[in-house]
Design a protein around this ligand. Sequence first.
Ligand code: HEM
Length: 237
Amino acid sequence: MGPRLTHWLIALAVMVLIYSGVIILMAHPRHYWGTAGNDLIEPLFEVPLGPNYHAIGWTRGTPFFDCTGGPETANRLVEPWNKNGWARSLHFLAAWFFLAGLIVYLAIGLFTGHARKYLLPQRSELGCKNPWHDVRAHLHLPMPSADPGPPYSILQKLAYALVVFVALPLTFLTGITMSPAISASYPILLDVFGGTQSARTIHFFTFAFLAVFVLVRLAMILLTGPARQLRGMILGR
Ligand code: HEM
């Protein structure tokens, strides 16, 4: 019961975080590495999304003082789209539910043995024959209808373990690293991720991984008997 409830809490929170995150992303789709990032710095890559994609253009700078060679400010040619305040508030609100769900889920999973029993692949399952056999089974269409787990197949276990023990904690850690108040209190976070902008770029990649996971998971539910799968996920049978 506990893992199922917290699973749904995390799933709902992640949906809201993905939605609000994409709005935040549209305000500045450029990603950088290191500590600094802004429109005047060459980005690592830019996500082709939203009205601010490639929306950069600067006129010659306006000098602060009436002299040559002094400091000057650059002027934008385009008015950037910047209506993402509500998405930020929603993102940080959903992050609390996400965090509460994740802590309880991990605590139940680790202390009751749920994680070891159902999520972590056993050594005997990890020979290359098993995962490969599972990949081939998943490529056959139409897919045979399947009983909802647990037990889970080796591919499911690998995907779930990666999500629960790597992607979700990493999204949380990179998320809090972007908070100036938290990184000022725990500067080790900036050392670990190499700066606020690197944390933001890693946050983006963990988001992309989780978004693909959610899409594949939904596709699998639809392909293997949605009513049966949802009954299993909600009622546990
Ligand atoms: C406790 C958890 C989380 C915290 C504290 C957090 C925090 C943040 C912060 C501070 C930003 C703003 C970045 C910026 O200024 O551009 C952000 C952006 C974003 N977040 Fe989260 N986040 C969390 C979880 C998640 C999760 C679970 C997802 C989705 C799976 C997600 C997806 C995104 C996306 C897509 C963006 C925009 C990324 C970008 O601009 O590169 N976040 N998050």
